[in-house]
Every structure is written in structure tokens, then in C-alpha cells.
Design a protein around this ligand. Sequence first.
Ligand code: ATP
Ligand code: MN
Length: 472
Amino acid sequence: MEKQRIAEILQNGQPDEPLIIQGWVRTKRELKGFAFIEVNDGSSLANLQVVLNLELADYEALLKQLNTGASVEVAGVLMPSQGKGQRIELKAQTVKVYGEADPETYPLQKKRHSFEFLRTIGHLRSRTNSFGAVFRVRNACANAIHQFFQEQGFLWIHTPIITKSDCEGAGELFSVTSLDLKQVPLKKAGGAGGAGGAGEVDYSQDFFGGPAYLTVSGQLEAEVMAMAFSNVYTFGPTFRAENSNTSRHLAEFWMVEPEMAFCELKGNMDLAEAFLKHVFKYVLETCPEDMEFFNQRIDNSVLATADNIINNQFERITYTEAIALLEKANCPFEYPISWGLDLQSEHERYLAEQLFKKPVIVTDYPVEIKAFYMRLNDDEKTVRAMDVLAPKIGEIIGGSQREERLDVLERRIKGQGLNPEDLWWYLDLRRYGTVPHAGFGLGFERLVQFMTGMGNIRDVIPFPRTPLSAEF
Ligand code: ATP
Ligand code: MN
């Protein structure tokens, strides 16, 4: 007998087919002389119904073991189902229980649990319908991302997780050190560890000979690789020690960062739009059942939103235009808004959700609120930045055309209080064979949130890391 996954059986299984399944019991229903169990193996939202009857060896003892959460192997034959709700069911011939789950203590009983509660049992929550759907869609998104870039000849590159450069000069860094925190070596006046700074930590004794951090972005390294391979992308973990307990921020999240040589802001926007459209299309095609589930149970605008993304051109406006629209808006914002201030999430959502009712790409932000590497416009007041704002989420993509001119870049680095010498290799890219180039960063979990309608970012990553929380 052949072992099959439940998704495959539900789709293609034919009556009289003998087969084996393995999975976890979701529910049990006992009737007179027979019983049904619903088994799930993670391959689909729907369970396979298994029929057990008195002819089975040790029927009574077996039923006592087959509680919600128990792991089983069932060998049997497929039959057309008598009941409504499923096309086909499995008539069990032999049942093996791998591991029982005590109904007195197993926390996932049949009732509906809140996502807050499920976060406290992060090791078990993936066995629920909602998290099953989330992580299948997450997988499909990841697959779609690779497919999109690979088909267009982008090279997937792996940028470092440990870095000595604080990419944006933005703080929010996790330090990486092998120093003994109980006896941190301090610099002595005029002694080892260089002149000056007596009393400061002597990082020359640390593992990397200087302060090191977990990466907040792979962009600078992606630029290095784009200057050799033209089109590259990263897809990896990213860390930010931001103490913001919001529904959109994690301390550890995944970021997708394409970087393209010989590309300006227009090409960057076109790529971002084609990219989002592709990912949505792919997920709708490969996970229709899960997407239907989100639409019914989580957010009834999920399918319409996906449709909207796939079939509409994104709105493209400048920051200056956006400010004018926000100043005219008849909407009680919590934070004031005027030219020069950064858009808050409420402003971003107003533009995407209420005004345009579709994704909006905002470009050309004030130089003061954006990173040093963004290309300065001729007005010297704005930079070639672009943020893609999505309904419900706000900023989902942040990107820019990069400053490729050595003198301007040096000026910008100094202007932001950074030391050009620390970025000598980054500046070398402008010294040797510089080209116009552009790229963006997409928060992978924000994408999955957007796709599924899940309200809290902690519920779209298997093991969320947030302030004071890294249990599982
Ligand atoms: P925000 O204003 O929402 O904090 P940001 O301006 O800090 O975003 P970028 O530095 O541009 O974001 O990072 C690129 C992308 O990474 C963002 O567009 C967003 O999708 C995602 N992102 C940023 N911070 C986080 C976080 N803490 N958790 C999850 N995703 C994040
Ligand atoms: Mn941020």
C-alpha cells in the first residue's frame, strides 16, 4: 500500500484505492457500532474523514486512544462518502496510534481559541486550521518570490547576518559580542585599545575586533553583488531591536531585497508592482482553499484585495502630492502632517485604504527623513525614495534609487553624522565602475499579513520574536 498526503487524496483519490495516511486526529465522533475521526497531516486545510467500525481489532481500546491531538497511521480503502461535507472517506483496516494526547491536558480542544491564547502555546498552534493556512500561504509566498526573481535572471545572494556596519545609522541594533558581560574590558587612558575614550568598552578585544551587530538590512552588500551580477536579491532574516510593541513590528523578521544595476526609480517601481502582482496571483492559484478560509474567517476583504492588487495599476504620487492630499483630508489624524514630516501609519493607510483604495507608490521624500544612500534630486530637497503603501498595512515596501555619485554620497554620509571611512568599501563601488542602480526591501511578514488579513504580525511567523518574548 502506498502512503499518500491528505491533500492529494482529497483532490484525486478514487474509490477502492487502498492506501496509508499518517497524521494527527482533529476530532472524533462515536456512533453506535462505528466512529469517525478527522485526520489532518498539514498538507491541506480540510481533514480526511476516517471510518472505524467494530470489525477493527481492539475497536473499543482504540477509540479510547484516538483523542484530539493523537498521532496515527491508518491503512484502509477509499470509499465514496455517504455524508455531506466530503467526496471521499477512508475505511480503516488497521490503525496504529503513535502517540496519544490526554484530553484532560491537551490544550487544543475543539472549541475556537483566541490568537492571544494560541501565542502562549506556540509549539502547538500550528496544528490549528488558522495557523495551518497561514504557514501554507507563507510557504507559497516564499516560493512565489523565488520563482519571480529566478525567472527574470536575478541571482539569489546570501548577505551576512553579523555585520559591522550600521546600515542606516538608525540605532535599533542588536549587539553581537563574545565579551564576558560580567567583566567587560574597558579602554584605559593612553593604553591598549587606542587613544582616547578611556572608560569606554574596548572592542578591540571582542571577537571581530570592533562592535558588531545583527543585520538590519542586506542592502549594502546586495549593492556590492549587483555591481557584478547586475540583478540580485536577498531573502533572509533581519533584526531590529525596536521596542515598539505594534502589530506590524517584529524583532526578527525576513526581508526580500532586490537590487538592480542600470536601473532608475521608474524601473524599481515597475519591478515592485510586477513582483507584488506575481506573488498574489501565485498564492491564489496554489492555495485557493486557504485563501477562501481567510476570507471567511479572518477578513472578508482578503480576496477582493488580492483581486484589486492583481488587476489594478498602482497609484504613483510624489511625497509632495501626498502631503497636499493629506492636508486636504477630512480625517482626524492623531499625528499632525506637513511637508518635511514622515508619514505615519495612519497617513499611509488613509492614502491606500480610503483615498485611492489600492496600493500607492509614494516617491521623492524629503532628504532629511531618508537614508544617506538614496539618490539626491536636482532640487537638493528630495531624494529618489519610493514607498509602496498598502491598504490595511501601510508601508509594505521601502526602496530607492541609490546615490551613485561619489562626491554627493560622501557629502550625504557626513551630513548624517556618519564616518565615510567606515563605509570605504561601499564608497569604492562609486569609485570603480559606478552605475545608476536601485532596489527595495519588502518585509516578508508584512506581505503575508497583507495576503491573509491576519491582524497581528506575530501570527504570520512560526516563532515570533518581540520585546520580552522569545519562548519557542
Ligand atoms: P516602519 O516605518 O513600518 O517601521 P521602516 O521604515 O523601518 O518601516 P524599512 O527600514 O524601509 O522599514 O524596511 C523595509 C521593510 O521591512 C519595510 O517596508 C517593512 O515591510 C519591513 N519592516 C521594517 N521593520 C520591520 C519590523 N520590525 N518587523 C517586520 N517588518 C519590518
Ligand atoms: Mn521602522
